[in-house]
Design a protein around this ligand. Structure first.
Ligand code: GLA
Length: 344
């Protein structure tokens, strides 16, 4: 007889903040996120013939068949759990609770953290890239949004004290030490953001159209852009091409300890997302402007998809203490997702 596996499991998955490199992952470009010290924990017991997850933070209980079908009456967030169940295809169920210190739907990848934690709890792969690929597919199943791999990979592969330089084409992760002279502060604009039904998919399509004209954007340089006829598509592509260059430059500046240059690149990223990629909003622009005026702030930008959500500021330690009237978090680079089995 085969020995029984321990059935108790606890899986922890952090959220992420992206320091620079937005809307580059879906064309296989470069991003520089870090996993943060706010996380989601799924804890329970394997067994049974359904995946049942009860939330300590939100109403309701997700009840999902082992084939990934959502049982009637499950709340909206169940679709993320269902997407993961469909991808993992576990042979046995789970009865678990989920709790989180992440703001829900606030632009810090609470959905990716939920997916990664559920996948690990269901026995998903240990390898961070495999785990992230699976959870990206789960997110796409759940939402229909053609997202890239950044959020899930940052959560899966986080390294304490480090940002992560991710090449989204090669799917490689290089930890980049975060200088202690930089504090990372995330401020919620309060503008609710939902990527389903947002122009996210339209932006992805614009990048595809640009690639039809000039080939992979990850290999393009600014001189290639003139060959794109449509001025809107050209601006979208210009954002991606210049943003990839800014990520490379930011990594060099971090390594060299050139904090002023890091801040300048972060500011330039926001302007490019605002004017060329057009994913900012007046609320985000206003928040960024106010943060930049604050002494000790090196740079500020929208982070993530845009259309609302959060702004990230890189600041001298303590510079923003007590500043933000809005919801804000000082975050530190944290360890990636992990699982403990056979508790107690
Ligand atoms: C969302 C997506 C990511 C990425 C960012 C923008 O967070 O899930 O894949 O495209 O937007 O950089």
């Amino acid at each position: 007889m085969v020995a029984e596996e321990p059935s108790e499991v606890r899986a922890t998955a952090p959220g992420r903040v992206n320091l620079i490199g937005d809307h580059t992952d879906h064309t296989g470009g470069l991003v520089l996120p870090m996993a943060i010290d706010l996380a989601t924990v799924v804890e329970g017991r394997r067994g049974g013939d359904a995946v049942v997850v009860t939330s300590e933070d939100r109403a309701g209980r997700a009840v999902i068949g082992l084939d990934g079908a959502i049982v009637d009456g499950s709340p909206g967030w169940s679709r993320y759990v269902a997407g993961v169940v469909a991808e993992v295809a576990p042979s046995t169920g789970l009865d678990a609770t989920v709790r989180t210190t992440l703001p829900l739907g606030g632009g810090l990848s609470s959905s990716a953290a939920l997916e990664v934690a559920v996948a690990l709890a269901l026995g998903g792969p240990d390898d961070p890239v495999e785990l992230a690929r699976l959870c990206r597919r789960a997110e796409q199943r759940a939402t229909g949004v053609p997202c890239g791999i950044m959020d899930q990979l940052a959560s899966a592969a986080g390294v304490e004290g480090h940002a992560l330089l991710i090449d989204c084409h090669e799917e490689t992760v290089r930890p980049v030490p975060m200088p202690s002279a930089i504090e990372v502060v995330v401020v919620d604009s309060g503008q609710a953001r939902e990527l389903v039904g947002s122009p996210y998919a339209e932006r992805v399509a614009a990048c595809r159209a640009a690639e039809v004209a000039i080939g992979p954007l990850r290999r393009a340089d600014p001189s290639d852009l003139a060959a794109i006829d449509d001025p809107t598509i050209r601006r979208r592509a210009r954002h991606v091409v210049t943003e990839n260059a800014r990520v490379r430059a930011a990594v060099e500046a971090l390594r060299a300890g050139d904090l002023a240059e890091v801040g300048r690149l972060v500011d330039a990223s926001h302007e490019s997302l605002r004017h060329d990629f057009e994913v900012s909003t007046p609320e985000l622009d206003d928040l960024v402007a106010r943060l930049r005026r604050h002494p000790g702030v090196l740079g500020a930008r929208l982070t993530g998809a845009g259309f609302g959500g959060c702004v990230v500021a890189l600041a001298r330690p303590g510079a923003l203490a007590g500043w933000a009237p809005e919801r804000s978090w000082t975050v530190t680079p944290a360890r990636g997702a992990h699982r403990v089995t056979g508790l107690g």
